[in-house]
Ligand binder design. Structure first.
Ligand code: ADP
Ligand code: MG
Length: 357
């Protein structure tokens, strides 16, 4: 290897994204948000904006053949994109899918993949309008792009959180990360437990209703979906908003399944909840003066919410442990190129590089 040239492993996934953010916009009219949020935002067109998001799923990086059915994989490829539309408070409308397919792949498996995508599209009223197909010399690559729309005034961004705001999540965290561990390791778990946690990893549901309600209320200050891990995604909100945060370990919403798995395998459920990815719950912040109204609104619509911490001044993210001690943490969620030790519970079976490779 040429020692003078930095590798992607040295700069990391998010360092790389920062480096491509420059010199991107040559016709700024109508570009409200470019790189740096869950969706790009374009408009306004009268009082509406377009939301556009794209995600790539790569075999042996994001999924392992045999550990997820092709039907589930198709649905998941769509769901993770719909989750980014949810994170801005939008409505998904249209979808494009591009596939790079290994030559020996059975057509039957591709039909199942297609059926899974269409299941998810039907459920959320999304049109599949095009894409591209190529042969792959390696594994299967699935790229999905979704176009959505939202009320221009009600879009919620990663930026916007202020010191004092309350931090909430829309559901339990850590289940999907635990499901991945079950797929990768020999852990003790009875069949029902195993099935429930693996389903959380293989069959995520986008929180579209909650996203629209939270953004539409105009009561929240920022929002993101939890794809990389709670701390990592909270880190994105903090970075974009120029703030820090304090999270209370005792308030983390942990499912009974996660607690049971951790108990019998001597694992730390809080660590799974903080660093495991792919829960696709929404993480959002709310100024204190609006908190009661937004809580009442979510309650009225029968949606779960959990207050887990506060936005603070400064830039550090701190976790207040159950015993009362506080420790500063790095947002150690999922970075595709991070050394393995920084992400003990990655959301996907990722190939990792250490800085010395
Ligand atoms: P999410 O987890 O919500 O899908 P990502 O972390 O993948 O978000 O991406 C963060 C931002 O970086 C988004 O605005 C995305 O469009 C942008 N982005 C990611 N990779 C690239 C790339 N290779 N070139 C340009 N923009 C990128
Ligand atoms: Mg996102």
């Amino acid at each position: 290897m040429d020692r003078a040239k930095k590798t992607i492993a040295q700069v990391g996934e998010f360092g790389f994204i920062r480096s491509v953010m420059m010199n991107c916009v040559h016709a700024p009219e109508k570009v409200i948000q470019g790189i740096g949020d869950d969706c790009a935002v374009i408009g306004p067109y009268e009082d509406r904006v377009l939301l556009i998001t794209t995600d790539l799923l790569v075999e042996d990086v994001h999924f392992l053949r045999g550990k997820i059915s092709f039907r589930e994989l198709g649905a998941k490829a769509v769901a993770v994109n719909l989750s980014d539309i949810a994170a801005m408070g939008g409505i998904p409308r249209h979808l494009f899918v591009s596939l790079a397919i290994p030559r020996r792949m059975p057509v039957e498996d591709l039909s199942e993949l297609d059926a899974g995508m269409k299941d998810m599209c039907r459920t959320y009223g999304v049109n599949l309008l095009g894409g591209d197909t190529s042969a792959s010399q390696g594994g299967l690559f699935i790229n999905v792009t979704v176009i959505g729309e939202a009320d221009a005034k009600a879009v919620l961004y990663r930026k916007g959180a202020s010191s004092g705001d309350r931090v909430y999540v829309t559901g339990t965290v850590g289940n999907a990360g635990a499901g991945l561990r079950l797929l990768q390791e020999e852990l003790i778990a009875h069949d029902d437990l195993r099935e429930a946690l693996i389903a959380a990893h293989n069959r995520p549901r986008p929180r579209l209703e909650q996203g629209r309600l939270i953004a539409g209320s105009m009561l929240a200050s920022s929002m993101i979906d939890i794809s990389d891990g709670l701390l990592s995604d909270l880190g994105h909100i903090c970075e974009e908003s120029g703030v820090g945060a304090r999270i209370f370990e005792e308030r983390l919403p942990l499912s009974d399944e996660l607690k049971a798995l951790c108990r019998v395998n001597s694992l730390d459920p809080s660590e799974m909840a903080l660093s495991g990815g792919e829960d696709y719950e929404l993480l959002f912040t709310v100024p204190v003066k609006n908190a009661e109204s937004l809580e009442a609104l979510l309650q009225r619509h029968g949606h779960l919410f959990f207050e887990i911490g506060r936005i603070t001044e400064g830039k550090s993210i701190r976790v207040v442990l159950a015993g009362g001690t506080e420790k500063e943490v790095t947002p150690s969620g999922f970075d595709h190129f991070a050394p393995a030790k920084r992400s003990p519970c990655p959301p996907s079976p990722c190939i990792r590089f250490s800085p010395d490779d």
